[in-house]
Design a protein around this ligand. Structure first.
Ligand code: HAM
Length: 430
């Protein structure tokens, strides 16, 4: 019989890697709490119309990558409904904001989420069909200050802090403004015209985009097209006065806070809801899929899905990519256990469990061996996982003096049982 395997583009996460996932999530939760964000959990599937209207019918995500199905009617009176596994979480958060009338509180809503997203993309390193995002959204009625450039800068400053606290070094923040919906429409036309004479010299994808969606030409990675793209008009020149001022406000606050960034005129992003500020944090260690995270402002999204005016800004980090980056930096090596307890003979197993319980309840991480193992095997197992081995034989049990060996130095000592927690918690002497 053929074996059943995990579906292409999906993965099992196993220890010790899952410890790294948990550490990343714990750090993110701690940082979000300091910035006064609360957690939101929205359903993993939604009405397909949410993404069509929110993310945009013409985007790659909606037109090619969604997992969509017709949900069967269970009764004659029920209609079938088109449902979709969420490809991203912003549309769901804004739907929940509208559904629960969070705008009526008059307060700025600061919400974060951690969870799986689904896109039917071609899998490669850092790109999966089920992946996890850690994201946050700041949204509210205009009176709550949701439109202020200070909110954009604060989100970016929080991200710089979060990446630093995760231990991710060498990131670059790319920032741009795509202006209002009207600015964007104007720029689209400017680009369309500018592309007419040059498009025939570009790649086939660009020739198509030049007609269907000129903005997407800016994402092209084909080396031969780059000089042509660099010479195209920039979106900054199509922004109206309000958008320019807003962007200047974001930049001034970033400068004051000392958050480093580079301006990237080509950063237009692949989702239709963006207005004004857009950004990405990239990392050189990731290869082709180099975006650690992306985000931006979406002042018209709530209205696009039938809600009240509710400007907002947010981001989503690719958790899988954070993991890859930390693994490559070797900052991810799992902490070795404090101790491995090796009972000498099966008869000492119960006493060893009692000792392990005592130490674990004292906060130490302890691996418990088995008296059925030969001592050599216990030593080999211990050295792989723990800093020290504690040997528990009949004599040790009777006298209350245990033998402890520290692997890094090879030093073996006799330790009274009452001193054991302190000795095991101490850093290795070398
Ligand atoms: P996005 O740029 O589509 O934005 O995705 C954000 C991040 O999710 C990417 O930078 C990447 O790290 C990760 N990501 C995306 N697709 C995959 C994949 N197939 N495999 C692994 N990681 C992936 C959004 O999703 C917006 N909702 C972000 C946002 C929130 N904008 C405003 N608020």
């Amino acid at each position: 019989m053929t074996t059943v395997k995990a579906v292409r583009g999906t993965r099992d996460l196993l220890p010790p890697e899952t410890a790294l996932w948990n550490r990343i999530e714990a750090t993110a939760r701690a940082v979000f709490a300091r910035y006064n964000f609360g957690e939101i959990r929205t359903p993993v599937f939604e009405d397909t119309a949410l993404f069509a209207r929110g993310v945009g019918e013409e985007t790659d995500i909606v037109s090619k990558e969604m997992y969509t199905w017709e949900d069967r009617a269970r009764a004659q009176s029920e209609k079938t409904q088109s449902l979709t596994l969420r490809p991203e979480n912003t549309a769901g958060v804004v739907r929940a904001y509208i559904e629960h009338k969070l705008g009526e509180t008059g307060q700025l809503q600061k919400l974060f989420y951690i969870g799986p997203q689904f896109r039917r993309e071609r899998p490669q390193k850092g790109r999966y069909r089920q992946f996890s995002q850690i994201g946050a959204e700041v949204i509210g009625p205009t009176s709550s200050g949701s439109e202020s450039p200070l909110r954009d800068a604060e989100v970016l400053e929080m991200l710089a802090t979060l990446l630093d606290e995760l231990g991710i070094t060498g990131w670059t923040l790319h920032i741009n403004s795509v202006g209002s919906a009207a600015d964007r429409a104007r720029y689209n036309e400017v680009l369309r015209e500018a592309l007419v004479p040059v498009a025939p010299r570009m790649c086939v994808d660009c020739q198509r985009r030049a007609v269907t969606n000129p903005l997407r030409v800016l994402d092209c990675k084909v080396p031969e097209d780059q000089p042509i793209i660099e010479a195209l008009p920039k979106i900054a020149d199509s922004l109206d006065e309000d958008s320019k001022q807003h962007f200047a406000g974001v930049i001034a606050a970033l400068d004051a806070a000392g958050v480093p960034y580079t301006r990237n005129h080509r950063l237009v992003r692949g989702l239709d809801y963006y207005t004004r500020t857009t950004f990405e944090f990239t990392h050189g260690g990731l290869g082709a899929q180099n975006a650690l995270l992306g985000g931006g402002r979406y002042d018209g999204l709530s209205e696009a899905i039938g809600g009240p005016k509710a400007p907002g800004i947010g981001f989503a980090m690719g958790e899988d990519r954070l993991v890859l980056t930390l693994q490559a930096q070797e900052a991810a090596r799992p902490e070795p256990r404090h101790a491995y307890i090796a009972p000498l003979g099966e008869a000492l197993n119960p006493a060893a469990l009692a000792l392990a319980r005592e130490l674990r309840r004292g906060g130490l991480t302890v691996e418990l061996g088995d008296g059925n193992f030969r001592l050599k095997k216990s030593f080999e197992a211990a050295e792989k996982t723990a800093r020290r081995i504690v040997i528990l034989g009949e004599d040790e049990l009777a006298s209350g003096i245990l033998t402890v060996k520290e692997f890094a130095t090879g030093i073996q000592t006799k330790v009274p049982r009452s001193d054991l927690p302190a000795v095991l918690a101490a850093p290795v002497s070398a």
